[in-house]
Design a binder for this molecule. Structure first.
Ligand code: PMV
Length: 325
């Protein structure tokens, strides 16, 4: 028996960084899907093939014993192997596994790691003939991501598991769907970035040097997120645009924007977008603008002229699911 599961990437809408400190965020699942195919095999080896990983070795083999005792896997294999381990710790299984992952080669920093982790966990549950609630899938996948990254709020894992657009609070204590379809956003990729972990660390150091000020900024971001949730529900794009711009101001204050991101953000606003901000940790990756269908073209052009690459994908798509083989 062979089982394939797929999970979506994500676009962080608001609450970046503050969510690491217990404040809420808003995230939407994007139509950049990653697959994990699993099947049993005799013996106790775990065989992994990851053609979506461009560099280094694409095939990886490890015994189950080594998997349970080792945590420093090659980066390209780390999330999938951590997912297997996290699953096995809750639901020990007999025999070995063959795993193959797939997905878009260019991930634009839009959540490929959390998607591939969630897909692996979902495929393993189906392979072992049981199903678990989304909250359990989330917990298993989040443990795996934490094991590899050390830090993280888990918003990306929640998005990969639940899909749609979510209001999320750290650790998954609150995961609430927001009733809205595809959002009128234009996404612009700014190029490679420094690692999320480094940026989270940079903000943490800023916070330890300036505790009250940075706490004040996080608190304000939390307020903007709570307001934005209602603007999305009522499709009040004008207000949402204001809130996005205010949130970007806060991220600028935290020092995580870059010249390239800022150029694209300002170009989008000048082309008539309601609002624009960076998405995620900053330091590169993507920004997005809120733009009605009529002005979407001009906003895209503005972002491109500022040196960005437009990423055309739908938002609010479905979460992890088993695919027909
Ligand atoms: O850079 P990304 O897309 O992985 O987003 C990171 C978002 C942070 O809030 C900075 C970290 C986190 O885990 O929430």
């Amino acid at each position: 028996m062979r089982v394939t599961a797929s999970a979506p990437g994500k676009l962080m809408l608001m609450g970046d960084h503050a969510v690491v400190y217990g404040y809420p965020c808003l995230v939407t699942a994007v139509d950049l899907r990653y697959q994990a195919t699993v099947e049993k095999h005799l013996g106790t080896q775990i065989l992994l093939e990851t053609p979506m990983m461009r560099k280094n070795e694409r095939k990886f083999e490890i015994s189950k014993d080594a998997l349970l005792n080792r945590s420093d896997f090659p980066r390209a294999a780390a999330f999938v192997l951590a997912a297997v381990r996290s699953f096995y710790q809750r639901y020990p299984f007999e025999g070995g596994l063959k795993i193959r992952t797939d997905g878009p080669i260019i991930s634009y920093g839009l959540g490929s790691s959390s998607a591939v982790t969630a897909a692996t966990v979902a495929a393993l549950t189906a392979l072992h003939h049981f199903s678990v609630p989304n909250q359990t899938l989330f917990e298993i996948a989040f443990d795996a991501v934490l094991e590899v990254q050390g830090k993280g709020s888990g918003f990306d894992v929640a998005s990969a598991v639940y899909g749609g657009t979510l209001f999320y609070e750290q650790g998954g204590e609150v995961i609430e769907p927001i009733a809205v379809g595809d959002l009128p956003v234009v996404i612009g990729f700014s190029g490679e970035k420094v690692s999320t972990t480094d940026l989270v660390e940079q903000v943490s150091q800023l916070k330890s040097r300036n505790p009250e000020t940075v706490d004040g900024i996080f608190n304000m971001i939390g307020k903007l997120v709570r307001k934005a949730r209602y603007s999305i529900e009522s499709q009040d794009w004008q207000t949402l645009g204001d809130l996005l711009n205010l949130n970007q101001g806060m991220l600028d204050a935290l020092g995580v924007s870059t010249l390239q991101l800022s150029k694209q953000i300002i170009a989008a606003r000048e082309a008539g977008a309601y609002g624009a901000k960076l998405s995620g940790a900053g330091g590169g990756d993507c920004m997005f603008a809120l733009a009605e269908p009529g002005i979407e073209h001009g906003v895209s052009e503005g972002i491109e002229n500022a040196g960005g690459e437009i990423v055309r994908i739908r938002t609010g798509v479905s979460g992890v699911r088993i695919e027909p083989n």
